[in-house]
Design a protein around this ligand. Sequence first.
Ligand code: AHR
Length: 329
Amino acid sequence: MRTHLPSRKVIAVLTAALLATGMAACGNSDTGDKGDDGKITLGFSQVGAESGWRTANTTSIKEAAAAAGFDLKFDDAQQKQENQIKAIRNFIQQKVDVIAFSPVVESGWDTVLKEAKDAKIPVILTDRSVDSADKSLYKTFLGSDFVKEGRLAGEWLVEQKKAATGPVNIVELQGTTGSAPANDRKKGFAEAIAANPNLKIIASQSGDFTRAGGKQVMEQFLKANPKIDVLFAHNDDMGLGALEAITAAGKVPGKDITIITVDAVKDGMQALADGKFNFIAECSPLLGPQLMDLVKKVQNGEEVPARIETQETTFTQEQAKEALPNRKY
Ligand code: AHR
């Protein structure tokens, strides 16, 4: 009896099918499995290195990722949204397990977030949020309540100036234009000072969260406005830059001009303890350990809360003196 051997065509089809099955079992992208080395791969797009806060945040993230045993792909976007979008697309192409990022500005993320969702890669927002209406584009947002920080700064000022009978002229150094902390701190501060009609913002401009920006814009404020009573800077670094401009203009920071900032990084706390700043609303950059915990959970398909708010406080000059010796960043 003649046996019929399978034709070459049939063998080729069977081989291709077997190979495809094997590859799917080893793959790490669509299924969300970990890489070959068993490590979770985290793609993280950082805003940049604009401030002391940012440096401390980057250190916290790198240290926590190493401690968790993750393979961290870190990208510095140098304060540019287009660089962040490029980095996120690279992470998608590399089929990382989870993407986390701190969005430089609030708007314009829907398209790239949709691409990550279509690739089944979970996204976590950290530090700053986005204004996307579709909340399914990311799993959670871990970070501060920036409106509250602005409000706490404003409420302190209202209390300090409650006896004022004439106008109190305030200048404001805003953070990066379009960023969540700049938008929200401005809003919270304005809402709080509305309680006293004597408190007036006479000039408000962005210093991009940098020392150089703070110095340059404060110089312009001082030239244009003979009477400045208060400076509200959206972060310590801009406040520290402004100190140079104020001193150069022959004024005494902390006395001639009341200075309120946000962050409470070491240099800011030192300026507060030295009497050059008057009040700081804290914004904690130590988000690394909480972020890694969330990465593990979303990678395992566990449910996570949609919003996780960082716990923070405020500092007067006396409180800064006490806290400084143990300040980690
Ligand atoms: O998003 C957090 C803000 O960004 C910090 O307050 C500021 O210092 C940083 O650059």
